[in-house]
Design a binder for this molecule. Structure first.
Ligand SMILES: [Zn+2]
Length: 228
């Protein structure tokens, strides 16, 4: 695994990735050239490659997300590990895109698999608010996203575009995050107590996903949704 090949420092620097993801001006072009991560056509229902913010109603985003949920097991490069945890992050930047993060992680961490997040959820800036994009999920590779990966091994990682240390989360983002967490937890038998956030795993090494992130509410809603 890649994790074994990287020096420990990489884990430390990785946490900063979101904060600096947009510092690289030409990253998006580089990602397109790399062409490794693409938007997957799901069972004849292609996801719009460039779903523009503001051009999708809340209902259209919900319909898109429902398709993502329904086809989570399709279009995968291989059979992945037994997923045991779900960890939620934020990107720390309001203008992050899948392509930019992919290019940034590819270069910064020398990870040929690119973006370390399995899923990205838009905030209405570069992608519609609450719009789910599949990323590393397609590859079914583990991701390097924690200082202490032993705290949440084999974790599915979901990153929400935005900085929830500086602002509150909007309802559409929240709804998408909760829905995706619950769907993944059901499909992969991840119990509610193995759904967590970055800082709950890594403690004071990071504030991700930010002090305003509704952690208690999310974990409570997940537990309620997963209750028998
Ligand atoms: Zn994080």
């Amino acid at each position: 695994m890649l994790a074994a090949l990287l020096p420990p420092l990489t884990f430390a620097t990785l946490a900063m990735a979101g904060a600096h993801a947009d510092a690289v001006a030409h990253a998006e072009a580089a990602a397109s050239a790399a062409g490794r991560i693409t938007t997957v056509a799901l069972a004849g229902t292609p996801i719009p490659e460039r779903a523009a913010p503001g051009k999708m109603s809340a209902a259209a985003v919900r319909a898109h997300n429902a398709r993502v949920h329904a086809h989570l097991g399709e279009g995968l490069a291989k059979r992945g590990p037994r997923w045991r945890h779900i960890v939620v992050h934020h990107t720390a930047s309001e203008w992050s895109t899948l392509a930019r993060i992919d290019a940034y992680h590819r270069r910064k961490f020398e990870d040929p698999d690119g973006i370390e997040y399995h899923f990205l959820i838009g905030n209405g800036k570069k992608r519609p608010d609450g719009y789910i994009e599949r990323a590393r999920w397609d590859l079914q590779e583990r991701s390097i996203h924690l200082f202490k990966p032993e705290g949440a091994p084999d974790a599915i990682t979901i990153s929400l575009v935005g900085n929830f240390h500086e602002r509150d989360m909007g309802p559409r983002t929240y709804e998408a995050a909760l829905g995706l967490v619950v769907e993944l937890a059901r499909r992969h038998d991840v119990p509610a107590d193995r759904v967590t956030t970055h800082t709950r795993v890594d403690g004071n090494l990071t504030v991700c996903p930010g002090k305003n992130f509704p952690t208690r509410r999310l974990l409570s809603d997940v537990a309620e949704a997963l209750a028998p």
